[in-house]
Design a protein around this ligand. Structure first.
Ligand SMILES: *[C@@H]1O[C@H](CO)[C@@H](O)[C@H](O)[C@H]1NC(C)=O
Ligand SMILES: *[C@@H]1O[C@H](CO)[C@@H](O)[C@H](O)[C@H]1NC(C)=O
Length: 248
């Protein structure tokens, strides 16, 4: 008898678990959806039968910001189409939730593959003894391996006082004090992606003679002003000087 009462109590108190489900194309692994730039992704959110049909309006959020949906795309079933995925969609979270109960929700995170955007040549001119920085955009997913080359060979970083940095977004090769004999040449920043293969940017670095940067105009003007001042000063003092001489 006691057992029966407990079972009855349990039955009336435990309400069915409400849920929304999200289906996607391409299919997600858990809550992670892998895709590539320029691809199209569709997400479809559905309410399950336990949700009261009078309160089954759905909402979509992209990184917490509401996505506007057509009215007919909100009840029981709601689809989102992300056309032409971009790099910026990497890491973005799409969430579908029940309008009347935010705790009933489901999220999908985008993991976007994209190649490095490198494929060009730059001409670089630097004055003798000046600094120059060669930089490459190395953003890619999956991340790329980078190597600096000079005239076809892997650059020897132990000579030539080169400084390199790479924060996964920009890779830089700095030459603090360019010398023609040492630094002039063709440099390549070559990146290798496990997914997209090789890409590179070529820099042709020309070390130019130092241009005489003596500001001739202003200097001349300055000299003239100084000369005039001296002459005027001498003229105005001449009387006194003469007087002094006479007195002595
Ligand atoms: C989504 O649901 C989970 C689990 O119920 C909850 O912890 C979370 O706060 C919900 N998210 C929002 C935005 O309400
Ligand atoms: C790089 O550029 C060349 C010509 O500008 C083009 O033919 C080639 O397809 C490009 N490669 C990539 C990977 O974008």
């Amino acid at each position: 008898m006691k057992v029966l009462v407990i079972i009855l109590l349990l039955l009336c108190c435990v309400s069915p678990i409400k849920a929304v489900t999200v289906e996607s194309c391409p299919m997600a692994t858990g809550s992670l959806l892998q895709t590539e730039v320029k691809k199209t992704v569709t997400l479809t959110c559905k309410t399950d039968e336990s949700i009261d049909p009078s309160n089954h309006e759905l909402q979509w959020f992209r990184n917490g910001a509401r996505v506007n949906l057509a009215e007919e795309n909100r009840l029981s079933r709601s689809s989102l189409c992300v056309q032409s995925v971009t790099k910026e969609d990497n890491g973005v979270v799409f969430t579908c939730q029940l309008k009347g109960d935010a705790s009933v929700n489901r999220s999908i995170e985008f993991y976007v593959h994209y190649p490095p955007d490198l494929n060009d040549t730059k001409e670089v001119f630097v004055e003798e003894k000046s600094a120059v920085v060669l930089s490459c955009d190395v953003r890619a997913n999956p991340p790329v391996a980078l190597v600096w080359k000079r005239d076809g060979e892997v650059l020897d970083l132990t000579t030539g006082s080169y400084v390199t940095t790479n924060n996964g977004i920009t890779a830089e090769l700095s030459i603090p004090k360019a010398e023609r004999d040492v630094h002039q040449g063709t440099y390549i920043c070559e990146v290798t992606s496990s997914k997209y293969g090789m890409a590179s940017r070529t820099f042709t670095v020309t070390v130019e003679d130092r241009v005489l940067k003596f500001p001739l105009g202003p200097t001349l003007a300055g000299v003239v002003v100084v000369l005039c001042t001296i002459v005027l000063a001498l003229i105005s003092r001449r009387d006194k000087i003469i007087k002094c001489c006479k007195r002595n």
